[in-house]
Design a binder for this molecule. Structure first.
Ligand SMILES: Nc1ncnc2c1ncn2[C@@H]1O[C@H](COP(=O)(O)OP(=O)(O)OP(=O)(O)O)[C@@H](O)[C@H]1O
Length: 582
């Protein structure tokens, strides 16, 4: 338990000082809670003595007691307020910083990380685990430190009136600490399983929600709802099993404290009967015996939670310590924007997808990449943007190995328009200016006009301020695609990668978009993946990728004169689009 506590205190980092200061406040606030009872007991004792000895009640003492009680209440309020101000926001402040840091970490990990780790796991790390730490971590440390601080403060007061009662309370708390240790160990042991079940639950939920449209369209709910139900049942079973494991320790913890309460009442009653303690102080002890263990009882909850918090910290540490793809990168501005692949091979896990690629893409030229589905075209583009690192060989931009760049300094030079467009749940304006946060409204509108999306944006209820759904769900495929082209236009990077950029555009819009793309790509280094002839026939070079290798390379005219994949591809396109080879 104390190990986990130390870890959380370390997590508090620069806020540690505030945590300690808050605990000092808590200690003195507890002292100020005990003082009125003791002062009242003292005054009552004197009043009873005066009554039995038939002497006058000391009114000065009564007034002094009253002032002490009022002073203690005010002090208690001030110290409690100060403690809350110092301690209560620490968790939120540390977590907010860490959330931003994790976002940065995730931006810099290779995309392969997201295939190897389930989205549920990663999401749970950034949301559930961090929230556990944020909401529970600090609170638990607070409960433990302040719980024991309160207890120590009261024991220090009691020691003057009855050392035996003080010793009994210490023994009771020491025994309860053993039970807490058991609770904490059980919590640590079971936390990983509980977390795994929670992650499975969020993974199954994400899967279920994502697949809802397919489920509905096929009128099936079979596997996805089954996974969802199983995950929910597993989570319930694990929670019940874990709770059962806590029961004996919970009982021992409460039993030790109740026994100590009874012991104090018993010993003080005995002392009172022996005439060693006055009735007023006996009443004070009875009162204390009910309240003094309350704060220690609360530590029980903390011990339950600390194992879970510990496991959350393990998860977050693993997430934070993942290797950045640009760990050794520096900020580089390439002298030119020629791209070169030298002996590049790459595979996902052990399956090699690209074999020994060698080609150059000169600055300000257009290279079209064609090839059958699954041949490796998108993978090749992703390697240029360094979403993954090459397995062997080198990719250079302006003669510099892209592994020498930081991700930011590399991606500054590249605009990408993907096959599957992702738009954020934000206004259209913010989605367009995503890669260029400083863009003016005029520049945004100009880019939108060039990408042929201005008209449909203006027809929306709030124009550029219309908030679109997550993933751009309230727009058609073609509209999303055009917004992503506007976004790329605004970024105005010297290298443009178009991955099936016109795939979702209707024929009428395609012509307009081609014009827009020509404007976007003018005077830039272009790599474009396309199945449509209109997109590729004017390219300076065409790379035909087949089975992960460059099967053919040349211009449209040159390649048409060769027998091979490209000619077959054109014939198929001819049939599909009603085009003719000239
Ligand atoms: N994240 C991934 N993890 C594992 N394998 C992958 C991953 N992405 C792609 N692949 C595999 O790598 C191969 C090349 O895929 P890639 O997407 O590059 O092909 P493509 O030529 O762009 O296909 P398409 O024209 O259908 O988009 C395919 O066999 C694909 O299954």
């Amino acid at each position: 338990m104390f190990k986990s506590m130390k870890r959380i205190i370390r997590w508090a980092g620069k806020y540690k000082g505030r945590l300690y200061l808050g605990s000092v406040c808590s200690f003195f606030s507890s002292l100020s809670t005990a003082i009125p009872t003791m002062a009242a007991a003292f005054a009552l004792d004197k009043a009873i003595q005066a009554y039995w000895t038939n002497t006058a009640i000391d009114t000065v003492l009564i007034w002094q007691t009253l002032w002490i009680i009022i002073g203690s209440i005010v002090l208690n309020f001030l110290l409690s307020y100060l403690r809350a101000v110092l301690q209560e926001s620490i968790g939120y402040e540390v977590a907010a910083g860490q959330r931003i840091h994790l976002g940065d970490v995730l931006k810099r990990v290779p995309l392969g990380y997201f295939s190897q780790n389930s989205v549920g796991d990663i999401l749970a790390g950034v949301t559930t685990e961090l929230s556990t730490l944020e909401l529970q971590g600090m609170k638990m440390v607070d409960v433990i430190i302040n719980g024991y601080a309160k207890f120590i403060a009261i024991v220090l007061c009691l020691i003057f009136f009855s050392p035996v009662a003080a010793v009994i309370s210490i023994v009771g708390v020491a025994l309860s600490a053993l039970a807490l240790q058991g609770i904490s160990r059980h919590s640590e042991k079971t936390a990983a399983t509980t977390h795994k079940a929670m992650e499975d639950m969020s993974g199954a939920t994400i899967e279920y929600i994502r697949g809802l449209s397919i489920v509905k369209s096929f009128g099936q709910e079979g596997a996805s709802i089954e996974n969802f139900r199983n995950a929910s049942k597993d989570l319930k079973d694990i929670h019940i099993k874990v709770e059962k494991g806590f029961t004996p320790f919970n009982c021992l913890h409460l039993f030790a404290l109740k026994l100590a309460s009874m012991g104090i009442v018993f010993i003080c009653a005995w002392q009172a009967l022996q005439g060693q303690m006055s009735m007023a102080f006996f009443l004070m002890f009875v009162l204390f015996s009910f309240v003094m263990f309350g704060s220690v009882e609360n530590i029980n909850d903390a011990a339950h939670t600390l194992g879970v918090v510990d496991s959350a910290m393990n998860k977050l540490e693993a997430l934070e310590n993942v290797n950045y793809i640009d760990q050794d990168g520096t900020d580089i501005k390439p002298a030119t924007y020629d791209i070169e692949f030298r002996d590049v091979s790459f595979g996902y896990d052990s399956r090699i997808v690209l074999h020994d690629l060698n080609f150059k893409i000169p600055q300000n030229s257009t290279t079209a990449i064609v090839g059958p589905s699954g041949s490796g075209k998108s993978t090749l583009c992703n390697l240029i943007a360094r979403f993954y690192d090459v397995g062997s060989g080198t990719i250079t931009i302006g003669g510099t190995d892209i592994r020498r760049f930081t991700c930011d300094s590399l991606l500054k030079n590249i605009s990408m328009v993907f096959q599957n467009v992702y738009l954020f749940r934000d206004t259209i304006k913010n989605n367009i200016k995503f890669g260029s946060p400083d863009a003016t409204d005029e520049q945004i509108v100009a880019a939108a006009k060039a990408a042929r999306c201005h008209d449909f944006i203006m027809a929306l209820p709030d124009g550029y301020d219309t908030v679109i759904g997550e993933g751009g769900s309230s727009l058609s495929g073609g509209e999303k695609q055009r917004i992503s082209i506007a976004r790329a236009m605004l970024k105005d990077a010297p290298i443009v990668i178009l991955d099936e950029a016109t795939a979702s555009i209707d024929p009428e819009n395609e012509h307009l978009i081609q014009e827009a793309i020509s404007a976007l790509t003018h005077g830039k280094t272009i790599i474009t993946i396309a199945h449509r002839l209109a997109t590729i026939e004017n390219a300076d070079q065409i790379l035909v990728i087949d089975g992960g290798t460059v099967a053919q390379r040349g211009t449209h005219k040159e390649l048409l004169q060769q027998e091979g994949t490209y000619k077959k591809f054109i014939q198929i396109r001819e049939q599909a689009e009603g085009w003719r080879i000239q």
